[in-house]
Design a protein around this ligand. Structure first.
Ligand SMILES: [Zn+2]
Length: 217
């Protein structure tokens, strides 16, 4: 069975991993360098006050093993361009749900490395909004849409700007469902498209493959 890496075991990674497990997925690698903080608990709902100070990846691994009998590896690291291929070695698919824009591009670039056999869903949420994008072997990619990461000073993270707990649950779950569909060979609307959730509803923007993008080889 495919090993799925979940990058970021916070607001998006927790509901995403749970949804993947509910969908029958049993092999995981959880990648996160952070520990559970009290301020996380409103949106990272599988963690409790007893988990404060514990590594997120380790706590989520225990839950997935106990509840689903999953086979789970953990890595205490922040994924970046330099370490992505090593951290994702042996994985076939990634659910990227960290709060780090650079990690999203690193996962995208891993997914579109030739020969293209890998699948990734890249998700983000902030405030009352969220988005996800699925990259499959035949699709356009995240860089077809966003050529490069924004400068660090322009980024608002959840730690600064805040995020509504239910939004992370919905976005993380939807991103995981997109990954389950893609792995089952029944891709959904998120493949090669930016799915944006806001209080006004769900908006889908199809992304054409850019002619000079690295995903075109
Ligand atoms: Zn591309």
């Amino acid at each position: 069975m495919t090993r799925v890496a979940v990058v970021g075991c916070g607001g998006l990674g927790v509901p995403a991993a749970w949804t993947l497990a509910l969908g029958g997925h049993k092999r995981f690698r959880l990648i996160d360098a952070d520990v559970v903080e009290e301020s996380n608990l409103h949106r990272q709902v599988l963690y409790t006050t007893l988990d404060i100070g514990q590594p997120k990846a380790e706590r989520l691994a225990v839950l997935l093993r106990d509840q689903f009998g999953a086979e789970v590896e953990t890595v205490a690291a922040r994924l970046d361009e330099e370490n992505a291929s090593a951290l994702l070695d042996g994985c076939d698919a990634v659910l990227e749900g960290s709060d780090d824009a650079l990690a999203k591009f690193a996962v995208n670039d891993w997914a579109v490395t030739a020969p293209r056999t890998r699948t990734a869903v890249i998700a983000a949420a902030i405030g009352r909004r969220g988005q996800w994008f699925a990259v499959t072997p035949a699709s356009s990619c995240y860089r077809c849409l966003f050529e490069a990461p924004p400068p660090p000073e322009s980024l608002a993270t959840c730690a600064i700007a805040g995020v509504l707990g239910p939004v992370t649950g919905q976005v993380g779950g939807s991103a995981a469902l997109a990954l389950l569909h893609a792995l089952a060979g029944k891709p959904d609307a998120a493949v090669g498209a930016l799915m944006r959730l806001s209080p006004r509803g769900l908006l889908r923007t199809a992304v054409a493959a850019a002619g000079d993008c690295r995903c075109r080889g």
